[in-house]
Write a protein that binds this ligand. Sequence first.
Ligand code: NAP
Length: 286
Amino acid sequence: MEIMWDTELYCLVGDPINFSLSPIIHNYIFKILNRNSVYLAFNIEEKKLKKTINTFKSLNVKGFNVTIPHKKKIIKYLDEISPEAEKIGAVNTVKNQNGKFIGYNTDGHGFIKTFKDNNIALQGKNILLIGAGGAANSIASSLLMEDVKKLYISNRSKKNANSLKERISPLNIETEIEIVNIKYLDKNSIDIIINSTPIGMYPMENKTPLDITGFTKNTIVYDIIYKPKNTQLLKDAKTNGLTTFNGKSMLLNQAILSQNIWFNTEKKINFKNFKEIEGVLAAYVE
Ligand code: NAP
């Protein structure tokens, strides 16, 4: 693709954005879709966020992604947000619709899609979610919207676990939510374990957020870390014969879902394309 006068600009805003894989993923998708578009990442401090969004409007930026720490703060600078982003309380995708900036959230869906693509039902399941940060927030909201039976939240700071519980509880009053200390958890009752902490990635590669022994063989372990692709938690789970997923599919799915929002009537990314992008990413996340 040649950059021309009419090349459309898509962006990422975050702080820090160093080592983000989003430019690689999105520019590769543009190539597949044969779009005259380019995706660039910008490191934007919070105090410059408002000015950046106004500049994006003046430049007619067609869409952008938002990453830590701006997913909540961005909302006040947008013209509208989708009902789902409103429920989650965070935006990671913005579309320029006839000059208006509309916010969406694809993080939770990107996570849930891994289960859908693998025909694993979430409804009625007991889930252990480790962590209560930004990613946990989107994941927990989406799990409640999928009618899980019970959500156990384990987090280093009890205060953050409590505020997550308080925020998501109204999304589905049928789902029971309990804040737990993993030490005292009845491991037999857990169907799915999700790690949404950075324990397992640099500089904590040799650490695991929990001892995997004692869980049943049917337990599924999903570590949303994608680098390294085999965290200590996933290595232990595999050794114990459990089914595992790493964060690569979530990362790719949320990017593809962002593109579907930007170009909703156009050619979609298929399974073959998905595998192709996964291959490209392998050089960066092995
Ligand atoms: P975040 O908002 O900073 O939240 C981090 C969470 O991990 C908090 O609950 C924090 O607990 C906990 N935590 C951090 N360090 C810890 C430690 N040393 N021991 C115990 N708990 C610790 O970060 P985030 O945006 O949610 O991201 C979390 C992880 O998910 C990162 O590894 C990120 O790379 C990954 N991620 C992956 C994807 C994907 O697409 N696959 C998307 C987003 C994020 P406190 O509440 O006590 O601080």
